[in-house]
Design a protein around this ligand. Structure first.
Ligand code: UD1
Ligand code: UDP
Length: 382
């Protein structure tokens, strides 16, 4: 008898495998302990790479550095799409094709990039179970595309892997439907798994001729900071004032988005001629971990780097008006400065005096193991 074609996958059609979604630099890093764990437990799994990030230094370099297997599916049409909707739709279509082919029992998406919203929607629409790794973060800043994505993914997931009790509380407050598990953040696993390797393999300090604890690290790529001329110009000016005041080198591995905007807004010349501000290509994970771990201060608008600097006991100044990682502020590792020069200077003065004795609030480095144990129990991997 012919079965009726449905718009979803029937439960009995699904196979006992796990689908892992990656596609951006932080997603590759944060999923790497999960992929490693799936390899260790010889689980049936496959990876879909959405192609959101595609430049060698934003993508393949991380597979080499972290020693990850090549994803089974790699979408390559996404870079043509410039709007959030277009990008997300193209990834959704590509991920859906892979899911229809593989019929996994569960899809895992991490964090808040469009890649993960696309993966989450693809799973939900086929009625495949969805697990959100790094669930429950909230900046309460509704201008951020990441905040939209977090909220949407959390509301359509069955399994919510919250890094700490705080994110669990956020999820309860939001009245999500899925089951919540507090597991830690896989970024701790990633730092533990790669820092010692970095100490042996990376020569970044020698290459840049830097002494430990004698320079600042900067990263900057947030849409609300770099896509508006006045904001980006203000940040470049603040960096000029800070580098003048402290005389330290500020090392900036420049994100491709920011590189593009500096050119477009005619600010590249000013940035490149700012004394002590060193613009370099984006770094691989091993080089970046070593660079960050030896810095005296991190200045950043990155989510992952707020966490890593906290884990590595490097004081951090967040160049945003809010953070979805408030634990870093509470333990004394982070100062949320916004973009005003006076606030950034106040932050630098405070954070450079900080005793680097805080306790990392993001867990013990066993998050991936917990997540895979739960996934196995809730939805047996064959
Ligand atoms: C995305 C995520 C952001 C995350 C960041 C990590 C969303 C909404 N944003 O922002 O949450 O913090 O990744 O880095 O998903 N580009 C390249 N090569 C690349 C990637 C990007 O040249 O490999 C350039 C392109 O011009 C592209 C632009 O950067 O249009 C922006 O890339 P996109 O992936 O849209 O956003 P990100 O700023 O990277
Ligand atoms: N990172 C890196 N090289 C760089 C800059 C960042 O390896 O030149 C790593 C960093 O260690 C962290 C992650 O990229 O784990 C953060 O990614 P990003 O700042 O792009 O995104 P976010 O965390 O803000 O989403």
């Amino acid at each position: 008898m012919k079965t009726t074609k449905l718009k979803i996958l029937r439960k009995e059609e699904l196979e006992g495998k796990v689908c892992v979604i990656v596609g951006t630099r932080p997603g590759i890093i944060k999923m790497s302990p999960i992929i490693r764990r799936l390899e260790e437990t010889r689980s049936n799994y496959f990876v879909v790479h959405t192609g959101q990030h595609y430049s060698h230094l934003m993508d393949r370099k991380f597979f080499d550095d972290i020693n990850l297997p090549e994803p089974k599916y790699r979408l390559n049409t996404v870079k043509r799409y410039q709007t959030h909707g277009g990008q997300t739709a193209e990834m959704l279509k590509g991920i859906e094709r892979a899911l229809l082919e593989e019929k996994p029992r569960i899809v895992l998406a991490v964090g808040d990039a469009n890649t993960n919203l696309a993966g989450a929607l693809a799973a939900r629409k086929l009625q495949i179970e969805l697990g959100h790794v790094e669930a429950g973060l909230r900046s309460d800043d509704w201008q951020m595309p990441e905040e939209h994505n977090r909220v949407m993914i959390d509301h359509i997931s069955e399994l919510l892997f919250a890094p700490t009790e705080r994110e669990k509380e956020n999820l309860i407050k939001d009245n999500v439907k899925g089951e919540i598990f507090v597991v830690g953040n896989t970024i701790v696993d990633a730092v533990h798994q790669n820092l010692e390797v970095a100490k042996v393999r990376s020569s970044i300090l020698d290459r840049l001729n830097l002494r430990p604890n004698d320079y600042f690290v900067l990263t900057l790529h947030r849409e609300e900071n770099v896509d508006y001329r006045e904001n980006l110009e203000g940040i470049v000016e603040s960096l000029r004032v800070i580098s003048q005041k402290y005389g330290n080198q500020i090392i900036y591995p420049i994100h491709p988005r920011t590189k593009k905007r500096l050119k477009e807004f005619d600010l590249e010349g000013k940035a490149r001629s700012t004394k002590n501000l060193r613009l370099i290509e984006p770094l691989g994970y091993l080089d970046f971990l070593l660079l960050l771990s030896n810095a005296s201060l991190a200045l950043t608008d990155s989510g992952g780097i707020q966490e890593e600097s906290c884990i590595l006991k490097v004081p951090c100044i967040t160049l945003r008006k809010s953070t979805e990682r408030p634990q870093t502020v509470e333990v004394g590792a982070n100062f949320v400065a916004g973009l005003k020069t006076s606030n950034i200077l106040q932050g630098a003065a405070k954070m450079l005096k900080a005793k680097r004795e805080w306790v990392n609030p993001f867990g013990d480095g066993q998050a991936a193991k917990r997540i895979i144990n739960i996934v196995e129990k809730e939805s047996p991997i064959k």
